[in-house]
Design a protein around this ligand. Structure first.
Ligand SMILES: *[C@@H]1O[C@H](CO)[C@@H](O)[C@H](O)[C@H]1NC(C)=O
Ligand SMILES: *[C@@H]1O[C@H](CO)[C@@H](O)[C@H](O)[C@H]1NC(C)=O
Ligand SMILES: *[C@@H]1O[C@H](CO)[C@@H](O)[C@H](O)[C@H]1NC(C)=O
Ligand SMILES: *[C@@H]1O[C@H](CO)[C@@H](O)[C@H](O)[C@H]1NC(C)=O
Ligand SMILES: *[C@@H]1O[C@H](CO)[C@@H](O)[C@H](O)[C@H]1NC(C)=O
Length: 423
């Protein structure tokens, strides 16, 4: 069989060529991946576009997060009656707070499980239900599904979701990262404008060689935030709240806000009717968030009672006194919006719409007019290293396309057939 070896070589060559050709026809999506090594986690956000009208609690269960946490992350008024059952409109864009972990050496969130329903396909779960935050191939891989055409109804699937931590900083300032799925109408300029950042910063964070983006790409967008300094043993250690929003912590007892003036985390008792342990600072009559200020000849004597984390079910409060050059003004809060009932179309170049106070007349969250593409992201290969330890990779996989393309298989069989003829 002297001529078998060259044929094998040719076969391999043709297979590679074929897989390259089949991939040219697909939209190749990019996603920013962050290598990691330790078991620590961080707070992160997912940019999620509702595929249909959903109650707040339904969005929460889709991601297995707290309804209140979704509301506060979007500065939606939680005192609105029965707010968890409020129906949010299809196409609304929401920031969903998640915990970002380190799995197999890269940052991702793996705490989301999805229970399949009749007529679900991996593609519909990935592209529609999770609005392109995950690809069908990633779900397939995460759940070792050999035949995606047979999904049992009620089957529980792990839904791996993209997230980054980048040490909770951007240009040395506290930041939380939003995983943003690029929409067909988006440009990098528009995204930078909407999130009050720069093209350069987005390109650095995402290790991009050019400003070109495509629908379906997933970008890590840094949002300026207020960091906490709770002790490591606190259950809310590492809490970080994006500018213009709130977070709820300590078993719903404490709410912490960020901005708009200074980016200093401000925590106070939450407005929810829950039974909580004492939120008064010891040896004082000050409650969490309260401060007294006294003008003296040396400056302003400020005594404040602040939140120090949730430890073993106990709210830690601490009283501190400091002498400041000027007395602080009244605390400013991020404006709240009414629970959205309609989606307002806005220009991609417009900055984030200024929230309106609750007048019940719906709201103004950024949105897109077009659904994400139906092409998913195939698993990542060959990350290129970058100064910020981030890696962006062209997401196409030879192995995968060989396995998924029946044409490749047929071709292979055909070549085998020819080979056996020649023996
Ligand atoms: C991470 O951020 C902290 C401050 O939050 C900083 O002290 C530390 O040097 C940073 N580490 C790296 C690896 O950038
Ligand atoms: C925080 O948000 C407010 C608007 O809510 C904005 O005016 C301010 O510039 C933001 N701060 C930073 C550091 O982005
Ligand atoms: C102290 O905080 C409580 C709860 O946030 C608030 O109701 C009260 O008005 C504050 N008192 C002062 C003196 O700021
Ligand atoms: C600042 O105020 C606290 C209590 O309000 C008081 O105990 C302390 O002596 C004051 N310090 C100065 C320097 O005035
Ligand atoms: C929390 O409680 C456990 C047991 O109840 C105790 O061993 C641990 O030291 C406590 N942690 C802190 C930080 O108080």
């Amino acid at each position: 069989m002297p001529n078998q070896k060259p044929i094998l070589h040719n076969t391999l060559f043709l297979l590679i060529l074929l897989s390259v050709l089949t991939n040219v026809g697909r939209v190749i999506s990019k996603s920013t991946i962050e290598p990691c090594s330790n078991a620590d986690t961080c707070n992160a956000l997912l940019g999620y576009t509702l595929y249909t009208d959903l109650k707040v609690s339904e969005v929460a269960s889709l991601f297995q997060v707290d309804s209140i946490a979704i509301l506060t992350a979007n500065a939606i008024d939680i005192s609105y009656p029965d707010v968890e059952n409020h129906i949010l409109p299809a196409q609304l864009f929401l920031k969903v707070p998640i915990t970002c972990s380190c799995v197999d050496g890269i940052r991702k969130s793996v705490s989301t499980k999805y229970k399949t329903r009749p007529s679900d396909t991996l593609a519909s779960i990935a592209d529609s239900i999770y609005s392109g935050l995950v690809s069908a191939d990633q779900i397939k891989e995460a759940n070792s599904i050999s035949d995606p055409s047979v999904l049992d109804v009620g089957q529980t699937l792990v839904v791996p979701l993209p997230c980054t931590c980048f040490n909770g900083t951007d240009n040395s300032l506290p930041a939380i990262y939003l995983s943003y799925v690029v929409k067909p109408v988006d440009t990098l300029t528009g995204i930078a404008a909407r999130y009050l950042t720069t093209i350069t910063d987005l390109m650095n964070v995402n290790a991009m060689g050019s400003a070109a983006i495509k629908a379906g790409d997933i970008l890590a967008v840094p949002l300026p935030a207020c960091a906490s300094n709770f002790p490591r043993y606190a259950s809310d250690y590492g809490l970080i709240v994006p500018n213009g929003s709130y977070a709820i912590t300590a078993s719903h007892c404490v709410q912490c806000s960020c901005g708009p003036g200074s980016l200093k985390l401000y925590c106070m008792p939450s407005s929810l009717a829950v039974s909580c342990s004492s939120m008064q600072c010891r040896r004082s009559n000050l409650m969490l968030g309260n401060a007294t200020a006294q003008q003296t000849s040396a400056g302003c004597n400020v005594t404040s009672c602040s939140y120090g984390g949730y430890v073993n079910g106990t709210i830690i409060s601490s009283l501190s006194a400091s002498l400041q050059p000027r007395c602080p003004g009244t605390q400013q809060f991020p404006p709240l919006i009414a629970p959205p009932s309609s989606v307002v179309h806005d220009s991609v170049f417009a900055p984030s719409p200024s929230p309106q106070s609750s007048d019940g007349a719906g709201t103004t969250k950024p949105k897109s007019t077009v659904m994400p593409t139906t092409t998913g992201i195939v698993p990542l290969l060959a990350p290129a290293s970058s100064p910020v330890a981030s890696a962006s990779s062209d997401a196409w996989s030879l192995v995968n396309s060989l396995a998924t393309f029946p044409s490749a298989l047929l071709f292979f069989l055909f070549v085998n057939f020819i080979m056996s003829m020649s023996l």
